[in-house]
Write a protein that binds this ligand. Sequence first.
Ligand code: NAD
Ligand code: MN
Length: 491
Amino acid sequence: MAAATESVAAAPEVRQTQMLIGDEWRDSVSGKTFETLNPATEEVLANVAEGDAADIDLAVKAARRAFEDGEWSRMDARDRSACMNRLADLIEADLEELAALETLDNGKPISDSRAADLPLTIDCLRYYAGWADKIHGDTIPVRGDFFTYTRREPTGVVGQIIPWNFPLLMVAWKWGPALAAGCTIVMKPAEETPLTCLRMGELALEAGIPPGVINIVPGYGPTAGSALVKHPDVDKIAFTGEHRTGQIIMAEAAETLKRITFELGGKSPNVVFADADLDAAISGSEFGLFFNQGQCCCAGSRLFVEETVHDEFVERVVARAKERKLGNPLDNGTTQGPQISAEQRDRIMGFIDRGNSQGATCLTGGNTYGDKGYYIEPTVFSDVTDDMDIATDEIFGPVMNILKFKDIDEVVERANNTYFGLAAAVWTRDIGKAHQIAHSVRAGTVWVNCYDVFDAGAPFGGFKMSGIGRELGAAGLDNYTELKTVTMSMG
Ligand code: NAD
Ligand code: MN
């Protein structure tokens, strides 16, 4: 009995359900709330304040006031850094509770929340805390008797709209560079997963980040999200989500010519050559697709396997897929949780149906799982051809699609035959082939003999319709500064 109890993490209490504006936690102006569900049980976890245009306006005013005050934007950069490090320390001290809250709201296995989401969140904030006092311009030799230098000033009030697949980590990716640069923030978390973001708001205030620097307005995209995009006093929008939403946001941001950065979807090629270390390629490919229930923008969802090892690879990867442990995500032993929502589950099941009807072979899975929760069995298709829906569209679920190839030129061409360009991977022992793939695949990140290796210092983002701009690393900071040139007469 004791062992069984210990293997299941305690479900934390949901404490914060209001929106954060300035230093105030409050209900929405309309008084409306929306439900956030536990995707493993379909039960309501909490009713959360539902913001729309009126709340966004209050939040933008608070962020503008805080920005103009200069308490944050002109704070000594090293003190800004100290606040950010305190926030990271508070998250670390709260790791167990935040991990469990993330698992409750999102459905991801607690072992993933603990080992990936939380440590990466903490690391990202510490990484950008380190940048705060290292953001500087240049002195530039110009003709004549002038002294010219540049400054990097904070962009101002930034609107940040994030998805539900990595709720906490997306907060860190967005807040880290914005805070380091001295911007103030209005964040709209995803309607599916607002809870850890609200908890982060509490911790930010506790860390000494001045009120108004971070404002959080939960709500829906077409209402709260769109109001943020259109607000004339917001200087920039950073968005992560579906490329179609990106298209709407880009059009709506045009009115006020906002700066935009986007991290959108993908259909990332994962290329396995016959000369690869097959053990590593099989476990890496399984991880690269099934991690986070397949709900990763960079999922290796077009798995190209060289003809001569194809059959062996398929047999072994199917065996791996069958070993995945579906169950209560708060249980330490669970490796696959539910999908985020009934809507996503149904969307994914639609892809599985079309995979079958368009002639792919379903080797394992293909069904929903259990009688409650939005679970889908780990699913593997072989005999996938480039034109099938499962090979062209982002599925965002536990559906592996295996395509066969003959040689490197063919696979490069097929890998690039997509409007996406987020990530790619190659498995080979031949360094020539590895570099050839790395240089010829049009994608923002290429992994060689590994998958999903993220680091706060390594830029991430998309070519083509997978995005605009880069997050993480020094490149991620550029999104949050304006470059100013100062020229002074020396005469
Ligand atoms: P989405 O793009 O609709 O939602 C992402 C965020 O944008 C949410 O906070 C949402 O409220 C907001 N939003 C939605 N419409 C908006 C609008 N008109 N104006 C401003 N903000 C708006 O994505 P989704 O519906 O949650 O997921 C649908 C699909 O998107 C998935 O199946 C997957 O293919 C893809 N997706 C990609 C990522 C990624 O990391 N690239 C993340 C989540 C989803
Ligand atoms: Mn949507």
